[in-house]
Design a protein around this ligand. Structure first.
Ligand SMILES: C[S@+](CC[C@H](N)C(=O)[O-])C[C@H]1O[C@@H](n2cnc3c(N)ncnc32)[C@H](O)[C@@H]1O
Length: 347
């Protein structure tokens, strides 16, 4: 942990692979040995604390956030002072042994609370982009880095995407039964202190992290966000919480740093424009009651106004939209970054 506090803001990496040999499917990357994943995580400086899988993907709760492994996609999200980008090279190498090659890379993060505590290559977005440019293979030629602003200089959304020419929009068009899918990443700070207390364990409760986590999931109402989801949860000692949800091939994930002064929670999920995203958003806001919140929405395509629905969903709960930014990424789709503050706060 940084001397000043724990860095809740996660770094998030999404890698897509392709392979021509039908023998590697249907499992693909899920064939990776657990020891190989452990070595990747050692480079990042975190460990697996809990794992679960269904017929579509494997979900790992990490000491610092989460890892999802699909047959041709890996999503890895880590917080604290982890060195997430150091996972890229070993992942490319392990995937190569399975007959899979990288065709798409997306890196995103918010603004760190303690930027000076970050080790290389996370010392600045410029360093991260240089590291990414030098690490990913040259076939990923559609590249763009962007810092999406808000009204506050301390809240920006950092995005780097790179894609090859032949497997553009690999994980998408993000259409599932004719529905447009999107990824939503919510970052919340200044959590309501009474609600944040629920993510502290009673002292010396003697319970393992998974059963203490299950209690937190129920006590806080996290289990009601998507009652269909299979939840893998973990409570840290003395405080802190992580969970991964699995609903068919859709994942969701929550991470909570409840300590006063640097409290933070994140929620991320995949959803469809036809789903009741307002219900999900309202539940999330009610669980944490953040003073500030950002929502980043990513989809492959143009002209979608899902972000309007998001603003309408949270405004009745006292969250006022303070900024909106939209950017497009070559062969990688559209990102919208919205920030909100609670009306109880002055701006
Ligand atoms: C790993 S969790 C959730 C991470 C998530 N990205 C977040 O921002 O909240 C972080 C919380 O767990 C606490 N914690 C307790 N023991 C920890 C450990 N061994 N490793 C990481 N975090 C720990 C931290 O102080 C913090 O409150």
């Amino acid at each position: 942990m940084a001397v000043s506090g724990f860095e809740g803001f996660e770094k998030r990496l999404e890698l897509h692979f392709f392979g021509d040999d039908p023998a590697i499917f249907p499992l693909g990357l899920r064939k990776l040995e657990f020891e190989s994943l452990e070595q990747v995580l050692e480079a990042v400086q975190c460990t697996v604390v809990s794992a679960v899988g269904n017929s579509y993907f494997d979900a790992y709760v990490l000491s610092e956030s989460s890892l999802f492994v699909y047959p041709t996609k890996i999503i890895i999200k880590t917080c604290g002072t982890t060195q997430l980008l150091k996972s890229i090279l070993p992942l490319i190498q392990y995937a190569h042994h399975l007959g899979l090659a990288l065709c798409s890379c997306r890196y995103t993060r918010g603004s760190f609370i303690f930027p000076k505590s970050q080790p290389f290559p996370h010392t600045s977005f410029k360093d991260e982009v240089t590291y990414l440019q030098d690490t990913i293979p040259s076939n990923l030629c559609f590249r763009k880095a962007s810092i999406m602003p808000s009204k506050s200089s301390s809240h920006s959304w950092h995005v780097f995407t790179a894609n090859d020419t032949t497997h553009t929009l690999p994980h998408m068009p993000y259409v599932h039964d004719n529905e447009l899918l999107f990824t939503m990443e919510i970052c919340m700070t200044e959590l309501d202190p009474i609600l944040a207390r629920k993510f502290f364990r009673p002292s010396e409760d003697g319970k393992p992290g998974d059963s203490a986590g299950k209690e937190m999931t129920e006590l806080t109402g996290i289990n009601e966000i998507n009652p269909e989801a299979l939840i893998c949860d973990f409570a840290f000692d003395p405080c802190g919480y992580s969970m991964n949800g699995m609903d068919g091939d859709w994942y969701s994930t929550i991470h909570v740093t409840p300590e006063d002064g640097f409290s933070y929670a994140s929620f991320e999920c995949v959803s469809s424009v036809n789903d009741n995203i307002a219900h999900v958003l309202r539940k999330v806001v009610k669980i944490f009651r953040p003073g500030t919140m950002s929502i980043s929405t990513t989809w492959n395509g143009f002209g979608n106004d899902i972000w309007r629905q998001m603003a309408s969903a949270v405004e009745p709960l006292g969250m006022k939209c303070r900024s909106f930014a939209m950017d497009q990424f070559p062969a990688a789709g559209t990102v919208v970054f919205q920030t909100f503050t609670a009306r109880r706060k002055s701006v």
